[in-house]
Write a protein that binds this ligand. Sequence first.
Ligand code: FNR
Length: 184
Amino acid sequence: MRIGTIVGSLSAVSINRRILAALTEIIGDRAELVDVRIDDLPLYNRDLDDRFPAEAVRFKAQLGEVDGLILVTPEYNRSMPAALKNALEWGSRPGGENAFPGIPAGVLGASGGRLGTALAQHQLREVLAYLDMPTLGQPEVYLTFDASELDPVTGAATDPALRRRLERWSARFLAHVERHPRHA
Ligand code: FNR
């Protein structure tokens, strides 16, 4: 199965991208993970609905080819980052051409704070519900990032508790994708 991955952070040293790397190692060959980049998307403007920029065309085409979507998001000011919301705007437009409906989704996130992106994830879940995406409810993964839980060279999750959480999440997410076939 082919799973798209979106990281809500544009940072080159994103902790959320590091969590995605750890998750990728755990998922291994159970799925092909495809990076769906959002860093090249311009700010959404509905004046461009009839002449989508190439980056947005590519973004929507990638969404059309995945069996599921993993979103790993930071929390910015108790919400999802603008870059991620911007990508959701592009994917949902123009009217009647929403690329998201039916894509089984899974959300996780890491932050420096104690709430571990809980508020950002809940806001994101509301938007995904509106976009008509069946989203895995449990287990929730709110991570307070701790670099000592990852291998500094390979990026793999070395902390047993973190590893267990990501393993449990992966198993549940892959089963969720199988329960919601898109390309049947
Ligand atoms: C943050 N950070 C943050 N953390 C948090 O737990 N709740 C929050 O509301 C915010 N708000 C916030 C706003 C902005 C603009 C920045 C840049 C940062 C801290 C955040 O968790 C930390 O920078 C993470 O490293 C962000 O994730 P990435 O970008 O490294 O993946």
